[in-house]
Design a protein around this ligand. Structure first.
Ligand code: ARG
Length: 569
């Protein structure tokens, strides 16, 4: 497709003495379509050219030639130049691209670049809760989008399968394992054991000591402790898999914290050599005060066991060597902001290439709460993700029963709608925002929701079904799609790949979610303004083709977010 920004920059560069590529970065897409398709703000040039933005805009306008068939019109508005692209040309470009590309919007711009994405990462023997859902969904969407743009993407589930809590669990299991149905309902039963042993530890110092001992034994490879630990891990993973199956989540690596148990000594060695690893109350720490971080990073606890941070440092070393990453994203709640600040700062001491340090990015997200309050593991009012998803599916089924009782494959549709609603709600706003989870809102077919996008897609399908054919691109008269509603759609579709790029620049999948809402809305406007199936074949063909194109982009975009489309609903 023609790159219109590039074309505009080329024209402007003929009139001012600034590099085309640089000019291109100035160009914006105006919010209001009345201000043209693209806008060039002249404010930045004002200083350099020692003229008012308004004057610069006028000068450029007078010099820009409009005989290249791409730009139809240029207008000055304040310090802006507003450019209007030839509508017919844009329509042709977009629809031909849709016709010729199996996967619209796919790109190769990431070729040769490696992106590691650390996401999901639930903790063994603990519930997979709604916070992990956000990580799974945001990380999964980023994974898909990077991949679609040609990056070599490595998805890692950095399972919380290590740490002192396993010493406790092993102790509890030793004491009361027989009383609990761990095999049958592993996470719930292990959580009960964990709560009970924690209580006992508070009452009995000797037991606490025994728990610490267990973890040391586990780190040393003691067969008995290892066996129990493996059992917990296996049973927990089976449970997690149920959720992953519902969400369609996949990972390239399941190397969790335990994977780094034999890789930490090297980290400690390296840190020791820097002279920055200091003793403090029996523990080994790195002081970060001079880096503006008030809390030191604990590398080894006073009892000699390692920490979450040490394992993350070992993981950085390992990932740099194994994946040679350009970016390593950590999709983890903002509650861990301090942790990542510390770890990324200490990583500078590991002696790895500067490029890896620059590539470390914490991608934080806000908390999700039920209307009744924060969902916390410690307070016990946890909502299990599996239950939440089942509930979503059940509710979606109820809605379908009410609206369309004769629908085929109701269960499959309910699954797509229910799960899609949950996924979309997690992606629909800026990720850093805290969210209140509200069933009525996320399942509202008229709202800015997953089901709304699915519903719009289904509408495009039913139009095509009613028409009974999809015209070939050669049969399309692009002039039939110059009305405002059609042109809005064309502009959005044109911008699809750019949206995907923005997602990877800001690590923000909500840019794509918002886009899909805009596209769905613009289709509704088009659908309300225009009859699609009409007498005039020329008009009908063009409108059917536009409908088909909208469906294609909605489906592709939703899939990138991890949402499956139903064919009917
Ligand atoms: N298991 C951790 C948790 O549930 C998240 C791990 C995130 N990844 C990492 N490399 N630290 O809080």
């Amino acid at each position: 497709m023609i790159n219109f920004k590039e074309e505009i920059a080329k024209e402007i560069s003929k009139t001012v003495n600034i590099d085309e590529k640089e000019l291109e970065t100035y160009i914006e897409i105006p919010k209001d379509t009345k201000n043209g398709d693209y806008a060039f703000p002249c404010f930045r040039l004002a200083k350099e050219l020692k003229k008012s933005p308004q004057l610069i805009a006028n000068d450029i306008k007078n010099e820009v030639k409009l005989d290249n068939k791409v730009i139809e019109k240029v207008e000055v508005a304040g310090g802006y130049l507003n450019f209007y692209i030839n509508k017919e040309l844009m329509t042709k470009e977009v629809l031909e691209e849709i016709a010729n590309k199996e996967e619209y919007g796919k790109a190769q711009i990431g070729n040769g670049k490696n992106i590691v994405i650390d996401y999901s990462a639930p903790n063994i023997a603990k519930p997979f809760h709604i916070g992990h859902l956000r990580s799974t969904v945001i990380g999964g969407a980023l994974y898909n989008i990077y991949k679609y743009l040609g990056y070599n993407t490595i998805g890692i589930n950095h399972l919380g399968d290590y740490g002192t809590q396993f010493g406790k669990l092993i102790e509890g299991y030793k004491l009361w394992g027989k009383e609990y149905e761990v095999e049958k309902d592993p996470i719930n039963e292990l959580t009960k054991i964990y709560i009970r042993i924690n209580k006992l530890c508070k009452e009995d110092e000797k037991i606490l000591e025994q728990c610490r001992m267990n973890f040391k034994l586990l780190e040393e490879g003691d067969p008995y402790c290892t066996e129990i630990w493996e059992k917990f891990r296996k049973l927990s993973l089976q449970e997690f898999q149920k959720v992953y199956d519902l969400l369609g989540s996949k990972f390239d690596s399941w190397n969790g914290e335990a994977f780094y148990s034999d890789k930490m000594p090297e980290v400690i060695q390296i840190l020791e050599k820097t002279g920055k690893l200091i003793e403090s109350q029996g523990a080994k720490i790195i002081d970060l005060e001079d880096k503006g971080i008030n809390t030191p990073c604990i590398i080894e606890k006073s009892n000699g066991s390692t920490t979450y941070a040490t394992r993350d440092l070992a993981a950085i070393l390992y990932r740099a060597r194994t994946y040679d990453f350009d970016k390593a994203l950590y999709v983890v709640s903002y509650e861990q902001t301090l942790h990542f600040k510390q770890v990324f700062e200490v990583a500078k001491l590991l002696g790895i290439d500067e490029k890896y340090i620059k590539g470390l990015i914490h991608v934080p997200f806000g908390m999700v709460s039920l209307p009744t309050g924060k969902m916390s593991t410690r307070e016990g009012n946890i909502v299990k993700l599996e239950d939440l998803l089942s509930e979503a599916i059940r509710r979606a089924k109820d809605i379908i029963e009410e609206k369309n009782p004769n629908l085929e494959n109701k269960d499959e549709v309910a699954k797509r709608v229910g799960v899609g609603a949950v996924i979309f709600s997690d992606l629909s706003n800026n990720r850093i925002k805290d969210e209140i989870f509200d069933w009525n809102q996320i399942l509202n077919f008229q709202g800015e929701t997953g089901p709304y996008i699915q519903y719009t897609y289904v509408r495009t399908r039913s139009v095509l079904e009613k028409a009974g054919y999809i015209p070939s691109i050669e049969e399309i008269d692009f002039k039939q799609l110059l009305d405002e509603a059609s042109n809005n759609i064309i502009k959005l579709i044109y911008n699809f790949q750019n949206i995907l790029k923005q997602v990877t620049e800001k690590e923000e999948p909500s840019i794509l979610s918002r886009y899909l809402i805009d596209l769905a809305k613009s289709f509704s406007n088009f659908y309300n303004d225009n009859k699609i199936l009409v007498e005039d074949k020329e008009i009908q063909n063009a409108r059917i083709y536009l409908t088909y194109s909208v469906g294609k982009v909605l489906k592709t975009g939703a899939k990138l977010l991890g949402i499956e489309m139903p064919n009917k609903m």
